[in-house]
Design a protein around this ligand. Structure first.
Ligand SMILES: CC(=O)N[C@H]1[C@@H](OP(=O)(O)OP(=O)(O)OC[C@H]2O[C@@H](n3ccc(=O)[nH]c3=O)[C@H](O)[C@@H]2O)O[C@H](CO)[C@@H](O)[C@@H]1O
Ligand SMILES: C=C(OP(=O)(O)O)C(=O)O
Length: 430
């Protein structure tokens, strides 16, 4: 079911609810390994990555029960110290899981992570944080890392979480995991303040950690002997919210993102939509997103609260139908352009100039058959297919299912016509 056939050209209208955030949930599953007791994570998204994490955590000696929206981790009973390479290579935050195991069990073996491969995504900072906490690391054949803490417990350290492309979200989480039960006080500078990090810090502090976020992206962590267990709720997925908003705009429709009690659009993204001329109206039911005649914009991706990189590819899809010339500059990654060839197949006029994409709006997109190579490439192509009048075919949906469990159904529920194709080439409407 990794291919869909989209009959495009239907304005989306309706109200939709958002799944729990993939990126928050994955890091919370890893945080659970730091807590010895039973842990329940609510609003866990029903996505492929959740299943992979459940297997990883179970194999580490903490059986996981997946319920309707819950990810329940059993109390610590036995000691697993290895993340199976076949599993660890399927998700991005593998080093964060490894850091939690290392901190509690003083040894871990894990593969270099997977996740989307739209450019080189190094983990040097994660490994450096482990070394700074006293671990000895050995890179084994096959890209597997063996890390040992000879002292048995991580020690406090000082470290900057900056990379040539800005602060690292994942490495900030890795460093925090090592520091919360380290001996002594750790100081991290240039930390990521993405909502994912704030959520993890809040959860760990409720579990008894002593993490203080200071001004200027500095963080002081006093190590504690042990964490207690807390229940936690995953916040709504802001990338899914943005994708649904873009779907409304590219089809000339209007959607309400159901009220969640939280701001679901990242400020930098909401600002770009407003500059384009989209209406964002907050009401009792949720956030109404409505388009009309949109104007071109210049956008630069950046750390929170700036424009999120994950919405760059689908926004490029929308801008390809906005009359005039727009420009999106990618700053979080050295390159993120895997969606451009696919968009060109729909007739989009997109040109890559260094880290910028220059988009000259065309009057319409034509149907196409395209293959997605990663999750946001997939959302960009899906949006183009929703806008192109006629029948398009998008394959590579397995990338989408890694991070979105109900997006296709949500779109169909608002008037889209998307059929899944099963192996016998039979169209299945869900
Ligand atoms: C599962 C998850 O939460 N994934 C998100 C997370 O990925 P992830 O945590 O992997 O992304 P990072 O914030 O670490 O990456 C930011 C930049 O730092 C660089 N870097 C990172 C680590 C390192 O050791 N060395 C280094 O150079 C990266 O190549 C990138 O250019 O944040 C990204 C940026 O918001 C999002 O696009 C991903 O969806
Ligand atoms: C890059 C992404 O995911 P991951 O980090 O899990 O590969 C994403 O969600 O846009």
């Amino acid at each position: 079911m990794s291919t869909i056939v989209v009959s495009g050209g239907h304005p989306l209208r309706g109200r939709c609810t958002l799944q729990g955030s993939k990126n928050i949930a994955l890091h919370l599953y890893a945080a659970g390994l730091l807590m010895p007791g039973r842990l329940t994570i609510h609003n866990a998204p029903a996505i492929v990555d959740t299943g992979v994490c459940a297997e990883i955590v179970s194999e580490l000696g903490r059986p996981v029960t997946l319920g309707a929206g819950t990810f329940e981790v059993a109390a610590d009973t036995r000691t697993g110290r290895e993340i199976r390479p076949e599993l660890g290579r399927r998700i991005r935050p593998t080093a964060c899981f490894a850091a939690a195991v290392l901190a509690r069990r003083s040894r871990v073996r894990f593969p270099l992570p997977g996740g989307d491969q739209f450019c080189d995504r190094p983990v040097d900072l994660h490994l450096r944080a482990m070394e700074r906490s006293g671990a000895q690391l050995e890179l084994l054949p096959g890209g597997v890392v063996d890390a040992v803490l000879p002292g048995g417990r991580p020690r406090a350290f000082a470290m900057s979480m900056d990379t040539p492309h800005g602060p690292s979200l994942g490495a900030t989480v890795t460093a925090i995991f090592l520091a919360v039960i380290a001996s002594g006080t750790t100081v991290l500078t240039d930390i990521s303040i993405e909502p994912e990090v704030i959520h993890i810090v809040d959860c760990l502090n409720r579990a008894g950690a002593d993490i203080v976020l200071m001004s200027e992206r500095r963080c002081v962590i006093r190590g504690v002997a042990e964490l207690r267990t807390v229940d936690t709720v995953v916040a709504p997925d802001r990338l899914e919210a943005g994708t649904l908003a873009l779907a409304a705009l590219i089809t000339g429709g209007e959607v309400v993102l159901a009220r969640t009690g939280e701001a679901v659009l990242t400020p930098g993204f909401a600002d770009a939509l407003t500059r384009m001329g989209a209406e964002l109206i907050s009401g009792p039911d949720g956030l109404l997103v409505r388009g009309g005649r949109l104007s071109p914009v210049d956008v630069v991706t950046g750390p929170h609260p700036q424009f999120p990189t994950g919405l760059q590819p689908p926004t490029t899809g929308l801008l390809s139908l906005v009359h005039g010339r727009s420009r999106i500059v990618e700053r979080v990654y050295q390159r993120r352009a895997t969606h451009l060839d696919g968009l060109r197949a729909f007739g989009a006029d997109v040109e890559e100039l260094g880290t910028a994409t220059v988009i000259t709006g065309v009057s319409e997109l034509r149907p196409a058959a395209v293959a997605a190579t990663d999750i946001r490439c997939c959302t960009a192509l899906l949006l183009a297919a929703l806008a192109a009048k006629g029948e398009s075919r998008v394959s590579g949906l397995r990338h989408l299912y890694r991070g979105h469990g109900g997006l296709i159904d949500a779109l169909n529920g608002m008037g889209a016509s998307i059929m899944r194709v099963n192996s016998a080439e039979e169209l299945v409407r869900t």
